[in-house]
Design a protein around this ligand. Sequence first.
Ligand code: HEC
Length: 163
Amino acid sequence: MRPLFISLLAVAAGCGGNVIPDMGTMNPPVEAKFSSLYANYLNQCANCHAPGSPGAGTMGIEMTLNFASAATAFSTISTGKAMGLVGNQKECNGVSFVTPMMPARSLLVAVLDAPTRAAFDLPSAPLCAQLTITDETVKLSAAPTGDYIAKLKQWIMDGAANN
Ligand code: HEC
């Protein structure tokens, strides 16, 4: 969508001498809602964490998560626990992805945000911590923005509803 908008505006500007507006303002901002968080980043996790996806058969992949749709993503992150991890990461098997109102105790945040990973500390799984939690952002083409992480934490602080 975005390149098309830019080229159309460039044509318009060429004819009428209009000033091209700041395109950044035309992207809908990420909201602290699950639908927005999914559409803006988490949908890409389906490349591996979805049945039949290219990466689904990877040895030792986390097997509960299913990012195929916003509905499966919400249900697996809100009710499931990490499963299938091997090697160092196996310390995180059994850990919840989202703990409502506690972003610091949510594995979903820890795999996306280095400070959360560094401070991760669960009494129930003390070895699921900085060195055993993978940085999942390196598996996508880009890391989420600081604003995205803030909205993700806000959504969890607000109770992690299916909104
Ligand atoms: C290229 C394939 C791939 C993509 C894309 C991917 N993952 Fe993973 N994920 C894995 C594999 C493989 C593991 C097992 C740990 C490892 O080997 O890195 C894993 C592990 C995890 C874990 C458990 C981590 C731990 O150490 O406890 C979580 C949570 C997770 N992924 C969430 C996500 C999220 C959220 C996204 C999207 C932002 C994502 N993954 C994108 C392949 C992928």
